[in-house]
Design a protein around this ligand. Sequence first.
Ligand code: HAM
Length: 454
Amino acid sequence: MTENRSLQSIRGTRDLLPGETEAWDVVEGIIREVMGIYQYREIRTPLFEDTQLFTRGIGEHTDIVNKEMYTFEDQGGRSLTLRPEGTASVVRSWLQHRLGAQGTVNKLYYLGPMFRQEAPQKGRARQFHQFGAEVIGTDAPEADAEIILLVLAVLDALGLETWALHIGSLGCRECRPGYRDILVEFLAGVESLLCEECKERMKTNPLRILDCKNEGCRLATAKAPSHLDHLDEGCQIHFNAVQALLSDRGIPFTVDPRLVRGLDYYERTTFEVLSPDLGAQDAICGGGRYDGLAQMIGGSDRVPGVGFAAGIERIMLALEAAGVELDFEPICDVALVHIGEAARQRLFALCDILRRAGVACTIELFDRSVKAQMREANRREALLALIVGENELKDGMVTVKNLVDGEEEQVSFEDVVSVVLEKLEKMDDEAVDEEPQDWSEEDDGSEPEPGEAA
Ligand code: HAM
């Protein structure tokens, strides 16, 4: 027998409820606006992909691939994975659809859920949301700098002023093997001090040891050689150019010799934007250059690319901590208020006509008193109330009440739609500063509801 327990959302996932969804809409709207200004176009890739896209793209020995992927077999025995990030999918799509065929530079952005089975905590979820951008087709340092400027422009447009930008360079496939040997030699000398996981990483992914959060590992590697001292000439020139472009725009940054990042596709530039308000999960954005990724996932040539992704949940937390209010417009124009069954029917039709004309309306679906209906109108911050009772019905009229200044007029049923549209336009033009008021305490002559004070 199946147990009839009450079902809950899965740990590490969250419902976004009304109130939150509007705030998210505001944030997403600002992101899209800034992306448009910077001339990035949206790409939407599937939520699941062939597992190999991520094992090959992100790297078999990364935490994401080793421990965090939601991988499953479908009915046809194919191994599929819910996307843990967006870059591999975007580059896959770029290759598949030959988006670079004309030798153009593609500037793409995306926004949507990602999935990683990490231990949930504040700012860390299993289904979380990223927005990100990728420039594919150029290795110009301006592309790296633009990507960083772009995410900072979004943060600025959102009103998030406090952040710290860390940048580094991981070198390229030519200079990195040499650095790796030097690092491994150093690490061999401190191996006994490393945690078990890092001892394993010595064989698989020694660079990640520099990123281990374990205190013992951090102490043991405090004096480890840095990539930054072992860049070849091309990587050094590129890194210097990115820094010069940022400095030229007055962007403060810290060069971080230990910035490793958790994905294997990076070459040259890496960066993170941290928020001082977030505690342990303080990275709101991460990114970098990935000139080898296209080839890692089956492309015939190397394709230069650089991008970033930022976590929307963490940005929401940072905005909250910084006290930034996300304004959203009241979404109710008109409340339809009835007295009696016949009026209710008549208003139901009028309500739909108004909605078809683009007017946001609310209508009573219970039989509450006029007072209660007016209170509801106030709660929704409606600008107008259309009130119909027996008298109005008899005369073919509607009482149109302006809920901001309290003025009322009688309008015929035939004219009411155009009068409402006119009034709303006028109120919009005048950008009425005053809030709608609560007119429910006016004596409407109706009987009080049970439990309601007369
Ligand atoms: P990432 O650093 O793995 O990079 O993720 C980017 C951002 O996503 C993080 O800085 C964080 O804000 C957010 N994030 C990551 N994991 C979680 C989680 N479990 N819960 C909440 N937020 C999270 C990438 O994903 C790369 N694709 C970035 C990139 C684009 N590189 C080049 N292009």
